[in-house]
Design a protein around this ligand. Sequence first.
Ligand code: C2E
Ligand code: MG
Ligand code: MG
Length: 311
Amino acid sequence: ATFSAGAALFPNHAQSINDLLIYADTALLSAKESGRNQIKWLNAKMMTATTRKTKVDSKLAVAIREGQIFPHYQAEVELSTGKIIGFEALARWHDQELGMVSPAEFIPLAEQSGAIDPLTERLFAQVVKDSHAIRARFPNATIALNSSPQLLTGKRLLTMLSHLASELENGLDGFVLEITETDFSLSPQELASQLQAIMGLGVRIAIDDFGKSYSSLSRLASMPIQKLKIDMSFTAGMEREENVKIVSAILALAQSLSLEVTAEGVENRFQQDTLIGLGCQQAQGYFYAKPMQLQEILTLAPHLIPEKDAC
Ligand code: C2E
Ligand code: MG
Ligand code: MG
């Protein structure tokens, strides 16, 4: 099958031949995505997004090397009391020209370019460094790290974590590793053995954004994991009965597999109360605290009792 793509190139947006080629590529991709045999006109929105993506990509390696990307922390609470029980480390990058660059923008690019290895290494090292101050203030709080599932290939994640564990008196006790459900390229046996080895370092394993995408329940049952994090789309959609039913089903599944559950993205009292009513015990979301710099979380009270909805 053949397809054709027409690109309207506006010379005033393009700074170089390279830009023109990238714009043409964007039009081509967009034409492919919406089906073959299409004429697709490149619009200003597509060009702005492409230009930003190219800039983010070109600045990423330097940003990693110079430590411009570092962790912020978001509290996780016990729903019934508001007690802080843990923190999740989330990567943050502020660039002079681009402003805030979200991890949703730069993590996929880092995965494509191979920069995910040095990026993850640097972030993990910083979190371990910060963990001493966090533990001094919140002695029993867990600290969660996000990892790209890609790093499971070639045991790169295990190598990174083993190295970090060797630097700490109690290994990685109290750390949680969050990985998203994906169609893992490893065999179930290989995946299970790597996760077991990671757990041997003291790390507990959580499945992030649970329910959002591909999910093999048979694989879930065979994976050595301790926790599910319910994707925030379900939390946000709990005004609708069908989403309440999904959350309730995930909680039942977790209970039968003896897994802990955290509901992500809690923004208001209605969501909090619905989750408590369903028997969910842990939550995270703007209702309690946004991701913050290390110094800010160290000033948080041990219990977060929100007074008003975040949105
Ligand atoms: P995630 O791990 O599921 O993290 C939760 C995301 O939800 C964070 O977005 C957080 O800021 C946001 N969030 C928390 N509470 C609320 C809420 O109440 N409402 C709404 N609307 N959002 C809320 P963030 O920091 O932009 O991160 C996006 C994703 O990027 C993360 O999703 C994670 O998958 C990835 N990511 C972040 N940091 C890293 C990292 O260091 N390494 C890797 N591999 N991925 C990371
Ligand atoms: Mg996460
Ligand atoms: Mg998540």
